[in-house]
Design a protein around this ligand. Structure first.
Ligand code: ADP
Length: 280
């Protein structure tokens, strides 16, 4: 059983020929609403890959909440730890995507920013955390977690060494790893995975490189959610006791599988889809 303590957002995506300049209005094409937030994406990714998952989070008491929670609910993620906040709206990511695939994103954290240490209950098993909720709350989750703790350092922001030391697995992408510095992330001597987009990922353990994996070649449609899927898949595979190289290859294939459809959550792969991709 895995508990995810983190963010739930509604992603509001407008497609336009090009991104607007400051002060400019451009006419857009289709508008799409996608459930998102790193916490929610990682929770649903772990669930789709076969884990029992519960979430501790906050949403607003508004219409966006229902849309943000729809796929988590349909997927069977336990939402009894999700609090409806009376004073803050559901978190929203406002996204503009241009025809050449560039994007512009503003995130209003809303209720995610109000997720407090007191909202974190006992976590008897494993936990996954990211940095889209207040740092004190991530630290409270790290203390409450009695089992394996996976910490995804996204979005990159300063964290204390105590948090890095507590994590059994740290996951960062290339730019996040550069923000913290590889030496600092390796210092606690546990596991560190650095993802490299289409080039795959590297896994370090006890300060040394243990495995490198390349994802199967795919033609990506939308890479949103690939990093979140990687985090969930690697955590799950390590919890299942798979060997490090094997777990890393599984996580890379899962990340690649998440790039094949639009939106973060609708594209999160089931285990069979990941295994099929690995056999190709
Ligand atoms: P983030 O989205 O957090 O920046 P990455 O872009 O590094 O994370 O992607 C995470 C993982 O997803 C990669 O390690 C890789 O396995 C997979 N992935 C991402 N982009 C691609 C791609 N274009 N082709 C194949 N796999 C990809």
């Amino acid at each position: 059983k895995i508990t995810v303590v983190g963010s739930i957002n509604l992603d509001i995506v407008a497609h336009a020929d090009r991104l607007p300049l400051p002060g400019e209005t451009v006419m857009g094409g289709a508008l799409a609403l996608y459930p998102g937030g790193k916490g929610a994406n990682q929770a649903l990714a772990a669930r789709r890959l076969g884990a029992e998952v519960s979430m501790m989070a906050r949403v607003g008491r508004d219409a966006h909440a229902g849309q943000a929670l729809a796929l988590l609910r349909a997927g069977g993620v336990d939402l009894s730890g999700v609090i409806e906040d009376d004073r803050h709206p559901t978190g929203v990511a406002l996204i503009v995507v241009s025809s050449d695939g560039e994007n512009q994103i503003v995130v209003t954290p809303g209720a995610n920013g109000a997720l407090a240490p007191e909202d974190v209950d006992a976590i008897p098993g494993a936990a996954i955390c990211q940095l889209e909720v207040p740092l004190e709350t991530v630290e409270a989750a790290a203390r409450a977690c009695e089992g394996f703790l996976a910490l995804n350092l996204a979005p990159a922001r300063p964290v204390p060494d105590t948090l890095l030391t507590r994590a059994d697995l740290i996951v960062a992408n290339e730019s996040e790893a550069a923000f913290y510095g590889l030496d600092r992330l390796l210092a606690p001597g546990k596991r560190l995975a650095v993802t490299l987009g289409a080039r795959g990922a590297v896994l370090y353990s006890s300060g040394v490189e243990r495995a490198r994996a390349t994802p199967p070649a795919v033609t990506p449609v939308d890479t949103t959610g690939a990093g979140d899927t990687f985090v969930a898949a690697l955590t799950l595979a390590l919890l299942e006791g798979r060997a490090e190289a094997d777990a890393l290859a599984f996580a890379c294939a899962a990340g690649a599988a998440a790039t094949l459809h639009h939106g973060a959550q609708s594209s999160l792969p089931r285990r069979e889809a990941v295994e099929d991709l690995m056999r190709r």
